[in-house]
Design a protein around this ligand. Structure first.
Ligand SMILES: NC(=O)c1ccc[n+]([C@@H]2O[C@H](COP(=O)([O-])OP(=O)(O)OC[C@H]3O[C@@H](n4cnc5c(N)ncnc54)[C@H](O)[C@@H]3O)[C@@H](O)[C@H]2O)c1
Length: 331
């Protein structure tokens, strides 16, 4: 309930079909800041109060990342549905275990990969799936800022889950290989800037630039297709998505050695101005009510952690490519 948790509390408290029965934090001072906003809600430092309450169906976990998997397991083992902040876990094995417990017990496990619920990125996904870009060649994400410098996680783990979850969903394939390189300028051993690469089986290449040491505040995803190109820019208010009718034209004898470039209309589709976190909270509530797994379920959250883990291995091995194998591949 410190920095991000209050955003979740606000959304779940306001949503039709859900009520905020408890707020839990180990720190009483943090809880004290929110008591007056939710007079009908119980405030506690004991997670067991939530788990032992038969009237509580689901637990939302927005604690520090190293605690995610253990707290999610406790909640699931107590029979509660869980919503877990990104990333689902620090290790792929733990993420798999959380997802498996949820599946075995018929409970919902959702990860807050909120950008896959962003109306702008939903539009980008629709543009790709409708074939407007033609064959997708590559995509890249920019997540830069002179922003919060975290000591307990690097730029890859703090910022990367957003772009990785979006790329996996947009491409719709399980990556085969990743690599990453980065540098720690401000704190020893904590990378402030990371460049990541994701290779998909169809040949699509994804690239990430993640940094909290940068003059630009950028929240962008660019997808390049054979026929058109699309840009999602979350820093824009009116122009979240721009579709460029630009691309190379196949070489013709008439123009000798030149490859022509076609530059046509620029289209700005309308994108509804909805808070993505509200959509995320609605999807979780709906999933709990209907039993239908959400888009960002435990399985999707696990693949994101697998990519993060393999990129970390690459970071520690001077950017060497790391094959992404799943436990199924190893059998
Ligand atoms: N989806 C997003 O865009 C987004 C943005 C920011 C943060 N986050 C995520 O939200 C989570 C929290 O981030 P933050 O910046 O709010 O961190 P924070 O350190 O400000 O707050 C974490 C809070 O959790 C409490 N806590 C830790 N262990 C606990 C436990 N076992 N039981 C109860 N409370 C416990 C701490 O006392 C603290 O108040 C992280 O997972 C982070 O990745 C997501």
């Amino acid at each position: 309930m410190n920095y991000w948790g209050p955003n979740l509390a606000r959304n779940f408290a306001r949503l039709d079909g859900s009520s905020l029965s408890w707020c839990c934090d180990l720190d009483e001072a943090v809880l004290d800041r929110h008591r007056s906003a939710y007079p009908a809600t119980g405030f506690t430092t004991r997670m067991d109060d939530l788990l032992e309450d038969p009237g509580t169906d689901a637990v939302v976990i927005a604690t520090s990342v190293p605690t995610h998997a253990a707290l999610a397991k406790r909640a699931l083992e107590a029979g509660k549905h869980v919503f877990v902040e990104k990333p689902l876990a620090l290790r792929a094995a733990d993420a798999r275990e959380v997802a498996a417990i949820a599946q075995d017990r018929g409970l919902i496990c959702m990860v807050d990969h909120l950008l896959v619920y962003h109306p702008g990125l939903q539009k980008v996904k629709q543009i790709i799936d409708d074939g407007l870009l033609g064959e997708v060649f590559y995509l890249y994400g920019n997540r830069q800022n002179l922003g919060i410098v975290r000591a307990d996680e690097n730029a890859l783990w703090s910022l990367g889950p957003h772009d990785i979850s979006v790329m996996l969903w947009l491409v719709g394939e399980r990556p085969t290989e990743v690599s990453a390189s980065g540098e720690s300028y401000l704190q020893n051993g904590v990378e402030d800037v990371v460049f990541g690469r994701i290779r998909f089986p169809s040949g699509v290449l994804g690239h990430l630039h993640l940094s909290w040491l940068d003059p630009h505040k950028m929240r962008k995803m660019t997808v390049i297709g054979r026929d058109k190109m699309v840009v999602f820019d979350d820093m824009e208010t009116e122009r979240k998505v721009t579709l460029y009718d630009k691309g190379p034209v196949p070489r013709t004898e008439t123009y000798g050695e030149y490859i022509q470039v076609r530059s046509g209309d620029i289209h700005i589709p309308k994108v509804p101005g909805v808070e993505p976190l509200k959509v995320v909270c609605q999807e979780f509530t709906q999933a709990v009510r209907t039993g239908t797994p959400p888009l960002a379920d435990g399985r999707a959250g696990t693949v994101v952690v697998e990519v993060l883990e393999a990129m970390t291995e690459s970071l520690r091995s001077a950017g060497a490519p790391i094959a992404l194998t799943s436990p199924e591949d190893a059998r």
